[in-house]
Design a protein around this ligand. Structure first.
Ligand code: ZN
Length: 146
């Protein structure tokens, strides 16, 4: 989402787009690792030295409430976020915590069926859990060495 569009979306949600919030959003939008709050904090800190971890927490909660980011998973007690709010699924490696985007195509038929005649689906949350290729690879190598 471009800053202008983001500003309008924030305004519509009754939220002011501060310089700090914009920096946090931009950081999240520029990466694909679905970071937790601490990672985002560490990433924006060099650019905004006086920012606090608490501000990043509050910002992520506000952006999530406004529907501008997704909380995609909680792994080891930490919420993980995504700036991509188009329909897509995720795969979480339960060994390392990596979260990958999974394209699922058009699910609007399914959403309509779920919502029924008068309802609407605001958001779809589809998560696959397992062991990712990187961790499986490490396993296989370890087994061979023995
Ligand atoms: Zn994602």
């Amino acid at each position: 989402m471009k800053p202008g569009k983001l500003r309008a979306a924030c305004h519509a949600a009754g939220m002011r787009l501060t310089r700090q919030r914009l920096a946090i959003y931009k950081e999240l939008a520029g990466r694909h690792d679905h970071p937790n709050v601490e990672r985002l904090y560490r990433a924006v800190k060099p650019r905004i030295p006086h920012i606090s971890l608490f501000t990043v927490y509050r910002t992520m909660n506000a952006l999530e409430s406004a529907g501008l980011v997704w909380r995609v998973a909680t792994w080891k007690g930490q919420a993980r976020y995504d700036a991509n709010v188009e329909t897509h699924a995720h795969f979480l490696c339960e060994k390392c915590g990596r979260i990958h985007d999974i394209e699922v195509g058009d699910l609007s038929d399914l959403c309509r069926r779920v919502a029924g005649d008068k309802g609407t689906v605001r958001r779809l949350d589809l998560m696959f859990y397992g062991e990712g290729p990187m961790c499986r690879g490490e396993h296989a190598q370890g087994a061979q060495a023995k």
